[in-house]
Design a protein around this ligand. Sequence first.
Ligand SMILES: Cc1cc2nc3c(=O)[nH]c(=O)nc-3n(C[C@H](O)[C@H](O)[C@H](O)COP(=O)(O)OP(=O)(O)OC[C@H]3O[C@@H](n4cnc5c(N)ncnc54)[C@H](O)[C@@H]3O)c2cc1C
Length: 406
Amino acid sequence: MSSPQVVVIGGGAAGFFAAIACAETHPHSRVVILEKSRALLSKVRISGGGRCNVTHACFEPSGLIQNYPRGGRELRGPFTRFQPRDTVDWFARHGVRLKTEADGRLFPVTDRSETIVDCLIETARRAGVEIRTEVALDSIERSESSFVINLKSHAALIGDRVLLATGSNRQGYQWAAKLGHTLEPPVPSLFTFTLDDARLIDLAGISVEKVRVQLDGTPIEQIGPVLITHWGLSGPAILKLSAWGARVLHDSHYHAKLLINWLPDYSTSELQRKLAALKAEHPRQSVAATSPLSLPSRLWKRLAAASGIGVDRRWADVSKQQLLALTNELSRGAYAIKGKGVFKEEFVTCGGVRLDEVNFKTMESRRCPGLYFAGEILDIDGITGGFNFQSAWTTGWIAGRAMGAS
Ligand SMILES: Cc1cc2nc3c(=O)[nH]c(=O)nc-3n(C[C@H](O)[C@H](O)[C@H](O)COP(=O)(O)OP(=O)(O)OC[C@H]3O[C@@H](n4cnc5c(N)ncnc54)[C@H](O)[C@@H]3O)c2cc1C
């Protein structure tokens, strides 16, 4: 039996990884990548601020899947077969060493995304993958035992197996739908929050290491660093919250109430006791004089002022009601999210091809035999930190190995 003709649509991270896995595992297979634009791997090139955050030092599948607001459950099996450790080994085998930063993110030692781009293109070429750029595709039709891929030039290609690795491109979604798939509506994930709140004005640049943020009326919450920006809020906790709340926030047109606990290490009653003790111990000191609770002092002053406690008010003159208001302000301050801002380093799409319609042992469609999916076209997205590329590498690797099998 002759090897199948494998057509990979999309020359991004997932498409390249799949094409290489297919060509390396099945050396006799005929693999072609069809890329619509002139540039290959353009997102890899701009990723991680030009350094490409390839993956994350999280080597237990059970912990790894916690970083995927969508797709975690389905990725558990695939991660037992190809996980960040395998990514590190894979790149090492192909001549690229990765280094781990203090927060767990992995980058090429060169600190240049070009290193990853060059590695993928060279490896694909060496493995015999044909790479075609600037290919305008018109339609994909399923015939009895193969696919007919019609190009806008009126030429056509026959593929025995086809991989859709078109990322969040609309045309890719449309082809998937035409071939029988259901789509979860695509909406943005990983963004900052736009706020217009007097408490935060002129505090841009201040960050607080450990804050609990919650979307009011939902169980969606995150703990971590928060950064006050000129437009509102950013930082790891906010980006994670935007990922877990991507759909809810989209449905509310990015208007929502955000609850902020600036001191999550204190329970409400501990905080009340702490403030009462400060009042008893420092009656003559002005409340705003020093920040007693490890908060940046400008933020502390703002939160005190928002509780009705003026800059010069001494602890002795703070009323019970004001102490209560301050407790509330510190532990459950309500802020109105008024929109979505951009996060320069990484954004992804929540939504895409429904996961129960794909066999995660092979990444083959359950609806259309011979059709495969990998990468962001699927309803999978991770938080920032290298998790999005990891799912592209993993699903691409699995799809590639399966597609070349006779
Ligand atoms: C600015 C930015 C920085 C990022 N940084 C990181 C990071 O450091 N770490 C991380 O883990 N994630 C990062 N991400 C997310 C990551 O880039 C994506 O999750 C990943 O690229 C998805 O890979 P993919 O192959 O599925 O899709 P893509 O990389 O989007 O590739 C899809 C390819 O298909 C092509 N294509 C689309 N439609 C068609 C068509 N109709 N015909 C032919 N070809 C088509 C596209 O041109 C593209 O080349 C970043 C994202 C952005 C936007």
